[in-house]
Write a protein that binds this ligand. Structure first.
Ligand code: SME
Length: 172
């Protein structure tokens, strides 16, 4: 069992370094996609401040379908190209949204969310889904979050069999 240490005095860069250490421990010798994404959500939710939702959506049947998450209950299906998640997936781009109310078509799940970051998960050229984080604060996510979360997602992608969670139905 891993001990999760969260330290509010850590800088953002040090927090992401610690997240990397913890994820490497959690993923060591464990490749199960569902287990690893579930643990990654819990770790990010515990270690990042001012975050009210962390979770995965996986590409299934041509839409994004809710996977493991921490936070309030969320929308189950998001069409490709819709909202922050569907737009990030369709463009295969990380989207950092400082004010979700200014994002056309934003899909509101938790009314408390004010800013959001979404990272596409691409493995061997195939889009498998997205990692989504919401904050109750405006402009919570910056380039350090973008880099730190991309590094965390890369650890997941290198260690886990995520293709079992997605049917990769969309021809890309
Ligand atoms: N806000 C997202 C929907 C997912 S929830 O935030 C959990 C969007 O616009 O795609």
């Amino acid at each position: 069992m891993h001990v999760i240490k969260s330290d509010p005095s850590l800088s953002k860069a040090d927090t992401y370094r610690e997240i990397g250490v913890q994820l490497s421990g959690l993923f060591s010798g464990e490749h199960h996609g569902l287990a690893n994404t579930a643990n990654m959500c819990a770790l990010l939710y515990q270690m990042l401040s001012d975050v009210n939702w962390v979770g995965f959506y996986f590409l299934q049947g041509g839409e994004l379908v809710l996977g493991p998450f921490q936070g309030k209950v969320a929308c189950v299906r998001i069409p490709m190209g819709r909202g922050v998640c569907g737009t990030a997936a369709a463009r295969r781009e990380i989207l950092v949204v400082p004010d979700v109310n200014q994002f056309p078509g934003h899909v509101a799940c938790d009314g408390a969310s004010r800013s959001e970051i979404v990272l596409p998960l691409v493995q061997e050229g195939r889009l498998l889904g997205v990692l989504d984080l919401d904050s109750p604060n405006l402009a919570r996510f910056d380039h350090e979050d973008r880099d730190g979360l991309q590094a965390a997602a890369n650890l997941l992608l290198q260690s886990s069999q995520l293709d079992k969670l997605s049917d990769q139905a969309i021809p890309l």
